[in-house]
Design a protein around this ligand. Structure first.
Ligand code: K7E
Ligand code: CUA
Length: 662
């Protein structure tokens, strides 16, 4: 592809810069080379040399700069979708520049996009309520792009909310959140929101076991009443929404299920979920009992859960499920008997669970183990087919031999967590305790190189890394701590993304990007040319129904309708006025504003707010918004456009007058 040429070209420039005898450049051969080449490059090189000296930059720094600098107007080659952690949002970041392009409001109201401040998007957030409780934050862990034939297709993004057991759907047509689905059965999730290679399902597995259906049972009944769950949310691609009614779940034992991944190619139709705390420790620190952290670290092995979800889907269709809170749940007994669920030992307190691009293996990192363990799918499949079980767990779930299920183990270092893949058969594992990226060969099952990162790397991510054809090129270390990397900003430090070039024989650290909004866990990186967002909406479009809104207004049809104490205002926005711009109501009236942007020019966004009512809308070209409020306080309330849309933006204003009752 083109980029390879670009990289070569950059390499040549770097050589040009490095040969001018920058400080620290003592290579004689290079200096000789410099004299030969000097005439052609001397002007630029001399100033580069001075700049390097003035800023104290090394050759490696200059090379990194040349590989990541984006001149004005030039666009990035990849986009990262990163979880925003506790912010409840998703970040869109350009690569290699690592420039933040957008913060997408997902679970948390986001004022710039007018997300969650009175308009239509309020319904999306309201849809995410658990047991009637409106929730306006999330612990976002894993963004996952929709796939077609195992490749990112750039259409949708799914993310999970670990804290509240929810999954959100973001439409990449307009980079906005269209749906939040609360899981009515669990109290938290983690292994999500992964998709199968054709995005039939968005997979969400629970984390901390609770009684299913969000019911009550005392902790003394943990082993009998608490359960884990694997949820298969059916994704309706034409509607762009999850269809809860067509979804199903599989009941799991009360081990703490952790990361999950879907099979691909030969392992399509299967899902893999690891777990810790197979000891089923419940803590009790105040009563002098060991905390969960020590109780959960007794066993040498925990369980990798192997799930034949195609079989589960067929059993559910055949009526073997029971319905709980409107969800069809395949009982644990059925899953165990029918070979839907099988367990395999996995080294102590594992974390990452990543299927290789060819679908033949599953890589698991053991947090308290020094290995990456590679499971061979064909061995697992054969053993299940032949019912070659080593035993059963307390819930009757068959267990396969660990020894007979693995391809091997690779000595990685202290605290291996997650693994990603490139296009050359290498795997990259994050090594948390050592703060390193370990590169190893899948074929030779051998460690190749370790690169120091700063500091305490959690997830790691690679360009198109979760597809059947990763790109290589870039790996991103998603570091939990930044310690001395940035200027101090108080005791809460930003996380640090470190961009790594993996094109060469040696990994090269290119740049840092502080994430000052939350703790991103995972991210995915997609080729920019796969994304095709719209530049504007068709006139009158409601982005949350994907239809022209029935209340949309066209120019000249603006009006105010009054029926008793209900006032409907049909309003338009265009540079640089609202029509109508005077709204008079009586105290206590219900006011329904229906506002259509008549703009059809690129990047001509208006905003709308009215003093005191906590209303804030973003009116992108063509967008329609509906907002209702009770005019319960008499007075005069300025309303205005909140985007600097034109020279007369400040004049884009009006008044809401609320006449006192008496
Ligand atoms: Cu390792 Cu939630 Cu994927 Cu954090 S998780 S790092
Ligand atoms: Cu419209 Cu400012």
């Amino acid at each position: 592809m083109k980029t390879r040429g670009t990289h070569l070209a950059l390499g040549a420039i770097v050589i040009g810069a490095s040969i001018v005898g920058a400080p620290g450049c003592s290579n004689k051969a290079e200096q000789a080379f410099e004299q030969q080449q000097a005439p052609a490059a001397i002007g630029a090189s001399a100033s580069v040399k001075e700049l390097m000296a003035a800023r104290g930059l090394s050759e490696a720094d200059v090379e990194a700069a040349l590989k990541t600098y984006m001149p004005t107007g030039k666009k990035d080659e990849y986009m990262i979708f990163a979880s925003g952690g506790q912010s409840g949002q998703v970040l869109a970041i350009g690569v290699p520049s690592m420039r933040l392009l957008k913060l997408i409001g997902v679970f948390t109201p986001e004022p710039w996009q007018g997300y969650g401040y009175g308009g239509e998007s309020d319904k999306v957030i309201a849809g995410g309520a658990q047991s009637g409780h409106r929730i306006t934050w999330a612990d976002v862990h894993h963004p996952n792009l929709s796939e077609t034939k195992g490749d990112y297709d750039g259409e949708f993004l799914f993310v999970n909310d670990k804290a509240n057991g929810r999954v959100a759907v973001i439409d990449l047509k307009d980079f906005s959140t269209k749906q939040i689905v609360p899981n009515p059965l669990v109290g938290s999730d983690h292994g999500g929101a992964f998709v199968d290679p054709n995005t039939n399902y968005v997979i969400e597995t629970s984390q901390y076991p609770t009684p299913l259906g969000r019911e009550y049972a005392p902790l003394s009944e943990y082993k009998t009443k608490y359960r884990g769950l694997a949820m298969f949310w059916k994704f309706d691609r034409t509607k762009g929404r999850i269809d809860p009614a067509a979804s199903f779940a599989i009941e799991l034992p009360p081990y703490t299920q952790d990361l999950a991944d879907a099979g691909k190619i030969g392992s399509d139709g299967w899902a893999f979920i690891n777990s810790f705390n197979t000891e089923m420790a419940i803590g009790g620190t105040l009563q002098g009992k060991p905390p969960i952290e020590s109780g959960a670290s007794q066993n040498d092995m925990d369980y990798l859960h192997v799930v034949d979800w195609k079989k589960a889907e067929a059993l559910v269709a055949a009526g073997r499920a029971t319905t709980m809170k409107g969800v069809r749940v395949l009982p644990l007994t059925v899953a165990a008997e029918e070979g839907v669920l099988t367990l395999i030992g996995e080294p102590k307190s594992p974390h990452g669970c990543d299927v290789t691009p060819d679908g033949t293996a599953i890589v698991v990192g053991g947090k308290l183990d020094t290995h990456a363990t590679v499971y061979e799918f064909s061995k697992i499949k054969d053993a299940i087919a032949a019912k070659r079980y080593e035993g059963k767990d307390a819930y009757g779930v068959p267990i396969l031999s660990f020894k007979d299920s693995i391809r091997g183990q690779v000595e990685i270092g202290l605290g291996p967590l997650h693994t990603v893949f490139d296009d050359k058969g290498f795997a990259y594992t994050s090594v948390f305790i050592e703060s390193k990226v370990a590169k190893w060969s899948l074929k030779e099952m051998k460690l190749v190189e370790k690169l120091s990162v700063h500091y305490n790397i959690g997830h790691i991510m690679a360009a198109e890394g979760d597809t059947v054809s990763p790109d290589g090129k870039y790996v991103v270390a998603m570091n939990k701590m930044s310690i001395d990397r940035f200027s101090p900003v108080g005791p809460l430090y930003p996380q640090n993304f470190q961009l790594i070039d993996v094109t060469g024989e040696k990994m090269r650290l290119l740049s840092d990007m502080p994430i000052g909004i939350g703790e991103p866990h995972y991210s995915q990186m997609i080729k920019m040319d796969k994304l095709h967002p719209v530049k504007m909406y068709p006139m009158g479009q409601n982005p949350y129904t994907d239809k022209i809104d029935p209340q949309a207004v066209t120019g000249g049809k603006e009006r105010i309708d009054r029926k008793g104490n209900v006032v409907d205002v049909y309003m338009t926005a265009i540079r640089s006025h609202f029509t109508p711009d005077q709204i008079e109501v009586n105290e206590g009236d219900t006011v329904n504003l229906h506002i259509t942007s008549l703009e059809q020019a690129e990047d001509q966004t208006h905003g709308f707010t009215v003093n005191m009512y906590n209303i804030d809308l973003s009116l992108e070209p063509g967008k329609h918004e509906n907002v209702s409020f009770k005019a319960d306080v008499p007075g005069v309330f300025p309303m205005y456009c909140t985007e600097f849309c034109s020279a007369l933006h400040l004049e884009m204003a009006g008044y809401l007058l609320v006449k006192p009752k008496n």
